[in-house]
Ligand binder design. Structure first.
Ligand code: ADP
Ligand code: MG
Length: 434
């Protein structure tokens, strides 16, 4: 198996060592045969190269495309297409990766898809490297996660594997939390909020809406119908260390307070009662408008903030929430590198994003170790979500790391995957699945 392929694409057939005089004739014959085989092999390689060039003239990345294709030819592809059988028990921490398709702009620029997802839990990044003599070769980085979603997986399938199993947690009195992590443009908002059609977003196809639909279905089921429970929704944004209510027009700034018993409260946060999915879709749209309004460069700002959508379950005889589901569309992780920016404000924001993503990783790791040391005060994000990380096995967390498939995103992609890998370290499998 090739662990790296250089641009000569494989090894030419070997020559045999020369033998004694008596076998000279046979040896000459054999050398001739070898030479012919080598030539045939070289000519095949040349044909393949030129076929690729002809099919895609002027593609500056044709060598990478060819090397990736050759590597993929020897993979056994069995991608995830449905969640069957359903897992019997839900893990406390699930970490998954979703790769989006190359977009039109990337295809026009001849960007190459360098991510292979051969099956439901592994992923390979083919990184382009150069030897000292400048020959190109691929380095193959292998990762393993609970689930790996390729570009053909739908939002519904992603939801079924990630957030769907967490819904029950809230009915058992726990906190379920689902994070979308990754580089700006990798698909966090598409997955959480819903698919985009141009600038329009169809909120009914996002995880927020799908989860709400199942919460209402569960509430109407025989086991919970008699409970008389109510559902509320909140939607807020954490920008730097400020918290804004997305369901209150005018965006009042909210204060986060911690009382003597370490209970954290977002003071004055709207908890809107909802009675069906339509109500919720309406709120999500309202919140999304607030999130992007009044900004000169809408995307730039929303990529620097964390958006948190929460569904609360309230029992009639109980103050506060009985159980909660939180869905977090995190700030673009590449923004953490803005700490070198020339602009002071951007630098401060970058540092805050960095701090919050590091604190988040440590809090999830602490949850998995049932550790009593919870570094939630490290950032506003983890402070606000403190309830998600305490309370032992009652609480469940899922992280979906989003990645862009292109050659040009390789550095951010590797950063994202290494982060996700640290959140939950699973051992990578060999090619034969062991
Ligand atoms: P992020 O929120 O991570 O910055 P977006 O969700 O806004 O990224 O996605 C950027 C663009 O890529 C959007 O136009 C979105 O529609 C598209 N996109 C993202 N993920 C997918 C996917 N799985 N399939 C198709 N298009 C996608
Ligand atoms: Mg986004």
């Amino acid at each position: 198996r090739l662990s790296s392929a250089n641009i000569s694409m494989g090894t030419p057939p070997q020559q045999f060592p020369s033998m004694r005089c008596s076998s000279v004739v046979r040896e000459v014959e054999r050398m001739k045969e070898n030479r012919e085989r080598r030539r045939a092999w070289q000519s095949e390689q040349r044909k393949e190269k030129s076929a690729l060039m002809n099919r895609d003239p002027g593609n500056p990345n044709w060598e990478v495309a060819l090397m990736v294709r050759q590597y993929r030819e020897q993979l056994v592809m069995k991608p995830l297409r449905s969640l069957s059988p359903r897992p019997l028990c839900v893990q406390q921490i699930t970490v998954c990766v979703r790769k989006r398709p190359l977009n039109r702009r990337e295809m026009n620029a001849k960007n190459v898809d360098i991510i292979s997802i051969p099956n439901r839990d592994s992923l390979i990044v083919h990184e382009l490297r150069h030897k000292v003599d400048l020959t190109k070769f691929l380095e193959h980085h292998k990762f393993r996660f609970d689930y790996t979603f390729d570009e053909d997986c739908s939002n519904t399938l992603v939801y079924e594997c990630t957030a769907r199993p967490l819904i029950q947690t809230m009915f058992e009195g726990g906190n379920a939390t689902c994070f979308a992590y990754g580089q700006t443009g990798a698909g966090k908002t598409h997955t959480m909020g819903g698919e985009f059609y141009g600038k329009q977003q169809d909120c009914s196809t996002g995880i927020y809406a799908m989860a709400t639909r199942d919460v209402f279905a569960e509430l109407a089921s025989p086991s919970y119908r008699e409970l008389g429970a109510k559902i509320t929704c909140s939607y807020f944004e954490i920008y730097g260390s400020k918290v804004y209510d997305l369901l209150a027009p005018g965006k009042p700034l909210l204060r986060v307070l911690e009382d003597g018993r370490q209970q954290v409260q977002v003071v004055g946060l709207t908890e809107m009662p909802v009675s069906d999915v339509q109500d919720v879709l309406h709120l999500i749209e309202l919140g999304n408008r607030e999130r992007t309004s009044g900004q000169t460069s809408a995307n730039a700002k929303s990529s620097r903030s964390h958006a948190v959508f929460q569904i609360g379950l309230h029992k009639p005889d109980m103050w506060g929430t009985f159980g909660k589901c939180s869905f977090v569309d995190l700030a673009g992780n590449e923004r953490g590198a803005d700490t070198n920016s020339a602009d002071r404000q951007t630098r401060i924001e970058g540092a805050e994003i960095n701090k919050s993503l590091l604190a988040l990783k440590e809090c999830i790791r602490a949850l998995s170790r049932q550790s009593s040391h919870l570094p939630f005060r490290g950032s506003k994000l983890t402070q606000v979500l403190r309830d998600s990380f305490i309370g032992g096995e009652h609480n469940k967390t899922c992280m979906i790391a989003m990645i862009s498939p292109g050659l040009t995103s390789v550095e951010h992609t590797l950063n994202t995957l290494r982060y996700a890998d640290r959140v939950k370290e699973l051992v990578a499998k060999n090619d034969d699945g062991t």
